[in-house]
Design a protein. Sequence first.
Length: 307
Amino acid sequence: MRGWWQDLTDLVLPGECGGCGVPRTVLCARCRAVLGGSAARRVRPVPEPPGLPMVHAAARYADEVRAALLAHKERGALALAGPLGVALAEAVRAGLRDAPAPARAGAARVPGGRAPVLLVPVPSGRRAVRARGHDPARRIALAAAGELRRRGFPARVAGVLRQRRAVADQSGLNSRQRLDNLAGALAVAPGGARLLSGGPVVLVDDVMTTGASLAEAARAVRAASGGPRTAFGVTGPIPNASWSSAVYAGETWESREEQNVGSRWERTGGRPARQVNAGAGDVGGVVEVVCAAVVAATPDSFEINRN
């Protein structure tokens, strides 16, 4: 009970700045300036993984920004989702601004205005979600969508990506090993392909290092809509039977804050939640990822003009 009360107190009266440790603030003015003080820029890792869409980042993954992201991800400083979401929203806007005009148009017009931008977060592994009690990228994506809507920019989160198999911890892997580790690891949930046809798709994550996660997410989104077979040889949604181990089975509040993807979950006899499929329903044509956006990227990835 004491631990629960402390967590609640930290949300209302944060103990220290997530970036530098200054007491009694979520993120101090100086750290906010570091996080969002400069315009979001295009970033590109070297080597660049195949299929990686154009990526924009709000800040360099170093010093105060790195500390804030780790505090949110690993130490449960959930109030940091707000300022991190603002930074991610800036990266999304920059990506859409720099995207080719046909890609920006994305989906057809909808009654009453343009189709909303669909922010598709890269999912964390099930074990990580359980250990942390939340999915950091998804939580930040929800904050970013709210910030975009406050600015009059239609946006919503489409949490349709799932892990189809377990992957190894990526922290000690190089770029080639990360590509191999993630190859074919993600897929769009049954029914999710229809949701992706509702507007231009922007992949989002908290951090980009090698770009392997975003490249795999892009492959999965394209494959779900009947896109061409990739070098990894994986296309289309995975069979429904394998979804008993999907990452999100009603475990976190984020799953209740998003648009339903055409399926529902039910609890059976204390076993892991089982998905009741409502129909995979491919969309008419290939869903193309317009761009990707992250809060931060490694400093060297900002040097995109090098040979």
